[in-house]
Design a protein around this ligand. Sequence first.
Ligand code: ADP
Ligand code: MG
Length: 612
Amino acid sequence: MLPQRFAFLSPSPPPALLSPVVTMSLDPAADLPFYYGSVSRAEAERHLKLAGMADGLFLLRRCLRSLGGYVLSAVWSLQFHHYPVEKRLDGTYCLSGGRPHCGPAELCEFYGRDPDGLAGALRKPCRRSPDAAVRAGVFDSLRDNMLREYVKQTWNLEGEAMEQAIISQAPQLEKLIATTAHEKMPWYHGRVARQEAVRRLHSGAQPDGKFLVRDRQESGSFALSMVYGKTVYHYQILLDKSGKHSMPEGTKFDTIWQLVEYLKMKADGLVTHLGEACVNGKAAAKTPSLPGPRRTNGYTAPPQERELLPMDCDGFNPYHNPSEGRRFHIQRSRLLIDEVELGSGNFGCVKKGVLMTESGQIDVAVKVLKNDNETLVREEMLREAEIMHQLSNPFIVRMLGLCHAESLMLVMEMAAAGPLNKYLSSNKDTVTVENIMGLMHQVSMGMKYLEEKNFVHRDLAARNVLLVKKQFAKISDFGLSKALGVDDNYYKARTAGKWPLKWYAPECINFHKFSSKSDVWSFGVTLWEAFTYGGKPYKKMKGPEVMRFIEGGSRMERPAACPETTYGVMRECWTYKHDERPDFRTVEEAMRSHYYSMSSRAEPEGAGESPQ
Ligand code: ADP
Ligand code: MG
């Protein structure tokens, strides 16, 4: 049975560009009707009271102490109970002493069946009123701006490139900034000596509780200095082996900013709770740095150890146009061509090379035409160049220019790790399902861009998705691509050619009609290839057999490694009628939500099996 139409979409509105939803949607509890966000214990109790205090009435709220943790608040025998839910480093969630669960929803479901140490079983969700939004925490509201600032400063990205970076890497960025967010806080003064801290606290008004946080000179941990009765008190903030921060014998926190938020509410051993911040005048100009060595035992790895992100590669930013003179013409003298062949085809071969530009050398791939005299092939290559020249997106291979020399050569940026299907089949053991989701989400972003620009690819397949590196994919091979007219939504081929039939939608084969919707069909097949780690679609079937298979209503089965929800996307991509098939805007939203939820929680059971 076909899954319900668009059932794969999350019930919440899709994360929109430039809205805080981008990061809110990373909260795996965001869609739960009994989730309130960052509300206090007292507020939670007020909600439970208003809802009638029935036995087993419960709600979930954000924990202010642990990164990504929650508190389960419930009622039994007219008594309130609050249980912290910890998010562990492996991404699972558990009550202290309880079993791990892959998400907050699963955890609550479990305790609905089995009290397992609670005062009773959870019975009735205390629902948020429909007009009340999930309360954003201090960090939630800062997070979106912080993300932008962080990406801008760290990778020097702006505009569309910055949006693409944020959307494609939100889960990773979230983790990175969580550990450095304090550096953006007005109360953080960096490396200042104790005497200087006293001077700063004593300048201006000195209400009780006025405070600042500074780095301790030698130990790599932090210190808190605060005013009480005009006297300045200094406290050492402890850092334990697992990277958690606390006051001596106080509650432990994953990050400094969470500890500070907590100490604003509770003194936890201090002379008083924290009050107003002693503002660091320079804080506004500062930007968070990459996590430093201080956190080697903490939540993220230091920069030299952290996993490189796509934005760390040259290929993320547009190159300034290195071609000069004639439109996108590259001088032969600027191009070094290696003998190493990266691939070959009808047209000739693709070789490795280096392009000298004013701003340095760029590794390139050079498509060299085999026989310059054959005008047909030559024209094809010029058409391919014409298309590529109009595209600029981090998830699409960029053309740097054409070089007319010993042969006609198309110079492109290099995607050194090669075609996705080959990469996956030779790295089965090291590529995780989450990694594949990230890559295929990037492909959907690139395809959404093509759809917006009104281009049809016509040859989307795993062999034409190239990897810059393990976590960075680009769509390539625009040999069959077409730019559609402003008023057209499909391209009609006059005659059938050497077509990749197994990737083609029924309307391509039957009516020679190509549109972004037929690219969506190919995306489904590409997804299948990715989740089978480079498997061959439709086994040994020949083209006509595949057509009968599809016409008869059959579709390929779910690959073992593919989560059910993502198989839902695949099946939607294979909707027979193109006008009922989702577009890339919809597909990208679905891929994004699956990728984010996979990255912010443990993989659901059955989704992480590696292939045989
Ligand atoms: P064809 O139309 O023959 O499929 P492609 O553009 O797909 O031509 O290129 C053929 C092969 O050359 C690819 O499968 C890949 O191995 C290699 N190749 C092409 N472009 C690049 C690139 N930008 N970076 C690295 N390898 C590339
Ligand atoms: Mg190809």
